[in-house]
Design a protein around this ligand. Structure first.
Ligand SMILES: Cc1cc2nc3c(=O)[nH]c(=O)nc-3n(C[C@H](O)[C@H](O)[C@H](O)COP(=O)(O)O)c2cc1C
Length: 176
């Protein structure tokens, strides 16, 4: 670890925070929700599984963003986990201020939330709870419906999209 750029303890620059957390490889998902009739969506990598029973997950969404308002206002949202060939979808839903669904065929899940066509998986959720944490809103979703399909996921590491390469080993079984 380089010690030449160590800041004062307790003072972490936002860009250093983003760069350092960027070392944590993730998948990529799009959070979708409705504001009235208007669908909104936002690319995220802050998705985390929280609990299996009951099935809970969390996402951290920029406070005040249109998708955040739609999720909190409607109380329902979908998590669309993107496949390896869906980098264009990830970019589309990350563009600030754009009409993210413009030109996309609209599809709805079982719980009437918009979903991204051909995603690797969909999880339809109701909002269990939400709270502010710094500049983001932490949303805990209660998963109501899941579906997935075979395929490779889109990965994100150090600010870049990438592919995950399987090593062809035996699956690891969780022991907790
Ligand atoms: C790979 C990737 C991951 C992202 N993860 C998050 C996230 O977890 N939370 C978040 O609030 N924004 C995240 N963003 C940024 C949002 O996608 C972006 O600010 C938003 O879609 C802009 O839409 P808006 O105009 O509605 O604000 C991410 C962007 C990318 C490209």
């Amino acid at each position: 670890m380089s010690r030449t750029t160590m800041p004062e303890p307790g003072v972490v620059d936002p860009l250093a925070m983003r760069r350092t957390m960027g070392r944590f490889a993730t998948g990529v998902a799009v959070i979708t929700a409705l504001d009235g009739d208007q669908p909104h969506g936002m690319t995220v990598n802050s998705l985390t599984s929280v609990s299996l029973d009951p099935p809970l997950l969390l996402v951290c969404l920029t406070t005040g963003a249109r998708t955040t308002e739609a999720v909190v206002g409607d109380g329902r949202f979908a998590v669309n986990i993107l496949g390896a060939r869906q980098e264009g979808i990830a970019m589309r839903f990350a563009r600030r201020g754009a009409d993210h669904f413009d030109g996309l065929p609209l599809q709805y899940g079982r719980h009437a939330v918009p979903v991204v066509p051909e995603a690797l998986a969909h999880l339809e959720c109701t909002v269990e709870r939400h709270f502010q944490a710094g500049d983001h809103t932490v949303v805990i979703g209660h998963v109501q419906q899941v579906c997935d399909r075979a395929g490779e996921p889109l990965a994100f590491l150090s600010g870049q999209f990438g592919d995950l390469v399987e090593r062809g080993q035996e699956p690891q079984h969780w022991f907790f």
